[in-house]
Write a protein that binds this ligand. Structure first.
Ligand code: HEC
Ligand code: HEC
Ligand code: HEC
Ligand code: HEC
Ligand code: HEC
Length: 216
């Protein structure tokens, strides 16, 4: 819960926080507006990773499908992050001496997982499920942005309750055929809302707003 008290950047910049605290009323307004506003939680969060793995290169230029690595995204609650074996399918041959890939080779030999830093992280009191969204036709891009253009992944959406509910109340503009969910450049054949409405009615899609859907 600590992130409801102080925005995450204050951990890294106590000096700055101290300086701003000097002007407490201003700081409080700032904190309430940017820290608690349900639209701005952690957007842009981009921690440093142990390996400079680029989605722009692998998912963008090389065109590897998201599901090649995030193998459980259609079957389970979590999308999953790939083990070193998946990387070594290629990197046993490609760039096999690269220093940047040292932690991958180590993990491959020792079996100890690579310590990727989790970027998207809901509080324990909220429940999320990938397969429930992806199999009903919500694309990765709706919640994660243009990952295929990100050299380093960052959090694109607030993942706040207000953000979840905005779509649960009106999913139409976000719906697409389930086979297109990993296609980052998919466009609806007609106006997105009209097309989404027809998909929703045909497939009987009805996202719930009950508290127990997300807090169980
Ligand atoms: C070749 C493997 C590979 C492919 C293909 C791939 N990813 Fe990833 N993805 C990773 C790895 C490794 C990480 C963890 C390191 C990082 O965050 O960059 C990750 C992290 C992520 C994260 C952040 C996870 C977190 O910690 O919150 C998202 C979101 C994501 N990927 C989405 C996608 C999407 C969308 C696609 C398809 C457009 C995709 N990935 C394709 C390997 C892959
Ligand atoms: C389908 C094949 C394939 C897979 C799977 C793959 N890569 Fe790559 N990777 C490449 C290619 C091709 C390059 C670019 C090589 C070049 O620049 O000549 C590359 C480059 C890299 C580089 C830059 C290396 C350097 O020295 O510049 C890193 C780091 C990297 N990959 C990490 C990963 C990680 C981590 C995974 C697993 C999550 C992974 N790759 C999975 C094909 C792959
Ligand atoms: C409806 C919104 C939504 C959609 C659609 C979605 N994600 Fe996510 N994703 C999230 C949320 C929320 C989290 C954080 C989950 C948590 O902390 O429990 C997350 C976390 C992740 C992670 C981190 C590891 C994990 O499983 O928690 C990866 C990787 C990821 N998503 C990849 C993808 C890929 C690939 C797709 C498309 C095939 C996708 N996501 C579609 C909302 C979404
Ligand atoms: C872009 C649209 C969109 C966003 C954003 C979104 N959802 Fe959903 N959600 C849906 C749709 C569509 C369904 C599927 C409804 C159906 O199957 O009838 C769904 C279903 C679910 C389910 C499954 C309910 C069940 O009956 O199993 C859960 C849980 C859920 N959402 C939680 C969340 C949470 C938590 C967030 C925010 C972190 C979120 N959703 C954000 C569109 C969205
Ligand atoms: C579609 C999913 C969803 C539904 C439905 C939902 N919540 Fe939430 N709720 C969330 C998410 C996501 C968060 C924020 C979690 C985080 O930031 O880590 C949240 C946060 C909260 C919080 C913490 C304070 C805050 O504002 O961040 C409370 C209290 C709460 N919800 C109560 C409720 C109640 C009561 C209902 C029913 C009227 C409800 N929720 C329905 C997803 C949902």
């Amino acid at each position: 819960m600590s992130r409801f008290v102080f925005p995450r950047w204050t951990n890294k910049t106590p000096m700055l926080a101290g300086a701003v605290l000097g002007g407490a009323p201003v700081y409080l307004t700032f904190l309430i507006w940017f820290g608690f506003s349900p639209k701005t939680l952690d957007v842009g969060y981009m921690p440093e990773q142990p390996v400079p793995y680029s989605h722009a290169l692998h998912a963008g230029e090389l065109g590897i499908d998201c599901r090649y690595c995030h193998t459980t995204v259609e079957k389970g609650a979590a999308a999953g992050v790939p083990p070193a074996e998946t990387c070594m399918n290629c990197h046993q041959r490609v760039k096999k001496e690269s220093k940047k890939l040292l932690p991958i080779r180590e993990s491959y030999t020792t079996g100890a997982p690579v310590e990727w830093v989790k970027i998207h992280d809901l509080g324990d009191f909220s429940y999320f499920n990938h397969s429930a969204h992806v199999t009903r036709g919500i694309g990765c891009v709706s919640c994660h942005g243009r990952v295929d253009q990100m050299v380093e992944v960052y959090q694109h959406e607030p993942l706040s309750m207000g953000w979840c509910l905005d779509c649960h109340r009106n999913p139409d503009p976000h719906l697409r055929p389930p086979e297109e969910v990993t296609n980052m450049t998919w466009e609806p054949p007609e106006d997105a809302t009209t097309y989404g409405k027809s998909l929703r009615e045909k497939r009987n899609i009805n996202p719930s707003e009950d508290c127990s859907t997300c807090h169980r």
